[in-house]
Ligand binder design. Structure first.
Ligand code: VGL
Ligand code: ZN
Length: 236
């Protein structure tokens, strides 16, 4: 409840895309496809005033692709230090960058939302990570904390926080892939943007499955509540 007692929930379905799902995804999260029924059940709940789906949507020259860096510092799943320049008029900075296999290239089959997700219920699609020179795990801001859609290049014309604010959202429920990256960063940034933030435990899977316990601690420390699907029934 808000200070004025209001509870206006939105659902954010993060990156339920082919490249994050077995069997063929280039960055497949173990059992990633298996959470679709939980997500569809949440999508069918009448209480949400917004149902947003995010898609990782990278250009082919994205900084996170291991193949875009010279050897020897170009091994997928390892970190390197990259010079990054997120915004016009800003000077470049060095920043650690975790490298990934090529994934979710804009308009490629791997960037598509998996057919198991009932996208007819989605009202807003947010494409993130479109700037080649900066990572963007969170749907709210890039790795430099930049929220300007002109830089983060979201497909919708409004920043996600503005979409939520326009609908007077107070509470954001986050599910999808991956729990230890884009779900975590999106849920944490929702708190920073002024929303109550909830992650539904059965609605996410991690790149590193064993990291979920640590991720839950990080979410809790950031003010995000991790709940079970049975407790995420939203009635208005
Ligand atoms: C993600 C790694 C790289 C995610 C996106 O959606 O969690 N993970 N890009
Ligand atoms: Zn990515």
């Amino acid at each position: 409840m808000d200070s004025d007692g209001s509870f206006v929930p939105a659902l954010i379905v993060v990156d339920m895309q082919e490249d994050f799902c077995p069997p063929n995804g280039s960055l497949a999260v173990q059992d990633g496809r298996s959470i679709a029924p939980v997500i569809n059940s949440l999508l069918s709940q009448p209480g949400f005033v917004a149902r947003i789906a995010t898609q990782d949507y990278h250009p082919a020259d994205h900084i996170s692709f291991a193949t875009n860096h010279p050897a020897p510092n170009n091994r997928p799943f390892e970190s390197m230090v990259a010079v990054q320049n997120p915004a016009p008029g800003k000077s470049a900075e060095t920043k650690p960058q975790q490298l990934w296999p090529v994934h979710c290239v804009a308009d490629s089959p791997g960037a598509a939302i998996i057919p198991e997700i009932d996208i007819r219920r989605i009202d807003t699609f947010v494409h993130k990570g479109r700037h080649s020179q900066v990572e963007m795990y969170s749907a709210f801001a890039d790795a430099f904390g930049n929220r300007d859609p002109a830089v983060t290049a979201q497909s919708v014309n409004l920043a996600i926080a503005a979409v939520l604010a326009a609908k007077r959202v107070t509470d954001v429920f986050v599910v999808g892939l991956a729990g230890d990256y884009c779900v975590k960063c999106t849920a944490v940034d929702a708190v920073k943007a002024g929303f109550r933030s909830w992650v539904v435990e059965e609605g996410t899977k991690c790149v590193v499955p064993a990291s979920w316990e640590k991720t839950k601690e990080e979410l809790g420390a950031a003010g995000v509540s991790v709940i079970r699907a049975d407790d995420a029934v939203v009635k208005r």
